[in-house]
Design a protein around this ligand. Structure first.
Ligand SMILES: NC(=O)c1ccc[n+]([C@@H]2O[C@H](COP(=O)([O-])OP(=O)(O)OC[C@H]3O[C@@H](n4cnc5c(N)ncnc54)[C@H](OP(=O)(O)O)[C@@H]3O)[C@@H](O)[C@H]2O)c1
Length: 269
């Protein structure tokens, strides 16, 4: 199996009339790198149904700097806004804020004028998170703490949660009346220990976020927005570039919890 959940490049050959040689395309999710060879290769053969033409104004490098993580951050923000989140509603909590989904979410929310509070397990990343636009930085100890009671003070209007586990339970206990948590990830665990009180006493909602099977119409619309009103000028700041040979060592860092922001893998020369 060739891993790599994202890829972008130029069409070399196509059996499908929707795509012609020379056109730029990107793909994220579906079976890429899971049950179909993925993006860590110089060439890939994929279903035309998985391909998106990058929107005007978004380079392939920018698209991969966003990748599945940035796309998921955007899906989360779109879902929260669709739920009714507005700038005047109060601060938005972003969990796992130094990671891919988290850092892009901080950058997009701040660029859209939201007050952003970022939670991280890496105190050394606090300056980076403030540069992205977070006005408060919380520790992972606080946001993963065992519950003292079923509900805590109402602090945030909404939460972007790529962490899950105890952090999702914490968010549910402390979201303001009528708010929502966009739940996309599980770096903090798959179990959820909560009570029903956030739901029945505060009308809190959990919005499930899936980037892998997102229908193509939504996919195109969200990529358009990532090139438009969801564009963040800070994206370059949180992205670094490595070669294919450096992927192994980089993944060791990610598994050891030392991941930071986004990493673009340059597969060609
Ligand atoms: N639903 C979807 O479609 C979708 C799409 C993309 C990703 N995901 C999932 O979302 C999660 C995050 O993805 P990502 O691309 O952002 O990964 P990532 O770049 O590796 O970032 C994960 C971040 O989670 C935090 N973290 C790590 N271990 C933790 C722990 N034990 N407890 C709490 N937080 C921890 C860390 O941030 P801090 O040090 O700053 O706390 C880390 O940087 C993954 O579980 C991934 O599978 C789901």
């Amino acid at each position: 199996m060739v891993p790599g959940i994202d890829l972008a490049g130029t069409v070399v050959a196509s059996d499908d009339p929707r795509f012609r040689p020379g056109e730029q395309v990107l793909a994220t999710g579906y079976d890429l790198g899971v049950s179909h060879w993925g993006g860590f290769a110089e060439q890939a053969r994929v279903s035309a149904d998985w391909l998106v033409k990058p929107p005007a104004g978004l380079s392939l490098r920018e698209a991969m700097a966003l990748g599945t993580a940035g796309f998921t951050a955007a899906l989360s923000i779109v879902a929260l806004e669709h739920h009714g989140l507005g700038r005047g509603d109060g601060p938005v909590l972003v969990l796992g804020a130094s990671g891919g989904v988290g850092s892009v979410a901080v950058a997009i929310l701040a660029a859209r004028g939201f007050e952003v509070h970022a939670a991280t397990g890496k105190p050394e990343e606090a300056p980076m998170l403030r540069e992205l636009g977070a006005t408060e930085v919380l520790t992972r100890e606080e946001t993963s703490a065992e519950p003292g009671r079923p509900l805590e003070s109402e602090r945030w209007a909404a939460c972007v949660d790529p962490v899950g586990g105890a952090a999702l339970a914490f968010a549910l206990r402390s979201i303001r009346y009528g708010g929502a948590v966009a739940s996309s990830g599980l770096t903090g665990g798959t179990d959820l220990h909560t009570t029903i009180f956030p739901f029945i006493l505060r009308g809190v909602s959990v919005l499930g976020i899936d980037s892998v099977q997102t229908p193509m119409a939504t996919r195109r619309a969200v990529w358009e927005r990532l090139a438009g009103d969801l564009r963040s000028p800070a994206l370059d700041h949180l992205t670094r570039e490595i070669t294919l040979d450096e992927v192994d060592a980089h993944l060791d860092d990610v598994l050891a919890g030392r991941g930071r922001g986004r990493t673009v893998v340059r597969v060609g020369g």
